[in-house]
Design a protein around this ligand. Structure first.
Ligand SMILES: Nc1ncnc2c1ncn2[C@@H]1O[C@H](COP(=O)(O)OP(=O)(O)OP(=O)(O)O)[C@@H](O)[C@H]1O
Ligand SMILES: [Mg+2]
Length: 318
């Protein structure tokens, strides 16, 4: 019944209300085994609520999902046994040592002594915590704490792992190291569903889903999303008075979209000579242009485009 070609996770119209507020609205998703699935979206989009339902921790108001072949409504305990979950607020006990935390989670998962010893050694090695087994968890830096939390979430070697913003507030080197660990797990057949606000991390995912106001507004591989949603040339423009320049471009019908990226502008236009159009518009306003390059759009471009479109035309699919 649990054939390996069956997806690790599927959901059908998964919905959750809090009072009269719909936090998750008819979410349909499918996560193939051994892949990394990224759930993205602004604060409050419904990512954590979706994850908590998929982990069997929160009942849906409507809809259904299957995780590792178990129904989240019919067999939430079966779901919990098959998964690892790293919640958005780390679930570690700050006043316990590293070893004590591992032992505690080993007890929760019902590991026997021998397995716990093996898995404990594996976690210490994986998290780079050798020599810190007796340190208080509260005294660990963010990167270590995060790797320990991951280790505790997967002590029982689950086939599916849910990571809810695992890298929030962690430095870039630790983030990279954390992703090396995730990639190692996935190479060994684990399925990972992860939420993040870092779009460089989203590029590591096989599939990403963008949520907005409880609904899925786009889904696909990073490359496909870029191809599908940004059809016009994207220009990066370095010029004086960025804000004034943006207003000037936004007022012209031949320009589709203008966004400020740091000290540059990203401009989309389907005009056949977009560079000279932008240059002449800006110079016509007395704004000095230093550089215009055609660039490959980033996921950030794609998401800003999709979310702005959603705000302009709510309820339409992206
Ligand atoms: N227990 C609850 N009671 C009432 N409202 C809730 C509850 N849990 C979540 N919500 C609301 O549901 C919406 C979705 O919240 P959720 O935590 O799923 O978002 P998120 O995408 O994970 O956001 P973030 O990126 O900030 O973590 C928010 O508006 C939130 O305030
Ligand atoms: Mg969240």
């Amino acid at each position: 019944m649990n054939g390996s070609d069956q997806p690790a996770i599927t959901s059908e119209n998964l919905t959750r209300d809090f009072g009269r507020f719909r936090a998750v609205d008819s979410v349909n998703l499918r996560v193939d085994r051994g892949t990394i699935y990224g759930l993205l979206g602004a604060n409050g989009a419904g990512k954590s609520t979706t994850i908590r339902m998929l982990c069997g921790l929160l009942k849906p108001t409507a809809g259904e999902a299957h995780v590792a072949g178990c129904s989240i409504t019919g067999d939430p305990e079966g779901v919990k046994r098959s998964i690892g979950y790293m919640s958005q607020k780390f679930s570690l006990y700050e006043d316990l040592t590293v070893d004590e935390n591992i032992e505690f989670f080993g007890g929760v998962y019902g590991l026997d002594k021998k397995t716990l010893k093996e898995r404990r050694d594996w976690v210490i090695d994986m998290a780079g915590l050798s020599g810190r087994e007796k340190s208080l968890t509260a005294e660990l830096s963010g990167g270590w704490k995060q790797r320990l939390a991951l280790g505790c979430a997967i002590l029982h070697s689950p086939g599916i792992v849910f990571l809810d913003e695992p890298t929030g507030g962690v430095d870039p080197v630790s983030r990279r190291r954390f992703w090396d660990l995730i990639n190692r797990l996935v190479r060994n057949g684990t399925t990972v569903l992860v939420t993040t606000h870092y779009l460089d991390e989203a590029e590591y995912c096989d599939t990403i889903t963008l949520m907005h106001a409880g609904r899925i507004i786009a889904e696909g591989s990073p490359a496909r999303l870029k191809e599908e949603h940004i059809k016009t040339a994207t220009l990066e423009v370095e010029c004086d008075n960025v804000i004034e320049a943006m207003e000037c471009l936004q007022n012209d019908d031949r320009i589709d979209e203008t966004t400020v990226f740091g000290t540059y502008l990203h401009v989309n236009s389907s005009h056949d000579q977009p560079e000279s159009l932008v240059r002449s518009l800006l110079e016509g306003k007395g704004i000095q242009v230093h550089r215009i390059d055609t660039i490959v759009p980033s996921l950030e471009d794609v998401f800003i485009h999709l979310i702005e479109k959603q705000i302009r035309e709510p309820r339409g699919r992206g």
